[in-house]
Design a protein around this ligand. Sequence first.
Ligand SMILES: C[S@@+](CC[C@H](N)C(=O)[O-])C[C@H]1O[C@@H](n2cnc3c(N)ncnc32)[C@H](O)[C@@H]1O
Length: 217
Amino acid sequence: MFNAPALYAMWGKRVLRSLIYRFPPIMIAPERLYLWMDTLIQTQRVPGDVLEIGCYLGGTAATANKMLRNVSAQKRYVVIDTFEGFVAEQWTEDHALGTPAQLKKHFSLNSTELARWVLDQHGGEEVEIIKGDIVALPDDSLPSQVSACLLDVDLSEPVRKGLERVYPRLQPGGVIIVDDCEDNDYKARIGYERFVRSAGLPEEYKFGAGIVRRHGA
Ligand SMILES: C[S@@+](CC[C@H](N)C(=O)[O-])C[C@H]1O[C@@H](n2cnc3c(N)ncnc32)[C@H](O)[C@@H]1O
């Protein structure tokens, strides 16, 4: 539920969006943006869709979709987000693990309408939006086959559960990139470690991202 200052901030974002978002709002670190773009190039011939879980305003999705179009890769790009920031119980769990209180409302001033506008402005016109919690979305709303996934939801449980749900859909040669697995305020790495250990997969890190691969292409 929005309070009055939050409503004013949302209204301001809406009225000033042409100015505020005249460049794509990309929230991922540049070295991991490179890793994601390179992963998309490397997996362009793997069957399945591209999935970004945790897209915020869609700046990365728009830019990545534009790149895929520029290189003539035929890919469906799907984004999933609550578009309301963190889910309360998932936040509480990570706050108990040490994520600072001031990060609680990060990403909460958002909407599917604003993300759609950003996507349409910056090359993501074909990007498909799904609104919901990756932990709770129905199975049949997720793409059945995935070639590449950027899992960027910051908190431990949606990372663990997101991997548990996407890995069975990952096609041979496919790759999942988990953002924020370096030592920072977020506990994404805990979710990554829990998943790979329970699935018997190797831990692999590059530029602070955790990587999950489906071998056998
Ligand atoms: C760091 S931002 C994503 C940034 C985006 N990938 C980019 O590069 O610009 C994290 C996003 O994860 C979303 N998120 C957090 N928990 C989620 C959950 N359980 N299900 C879906 N989205 C979630 C938040 O709403 C927020 O928009």
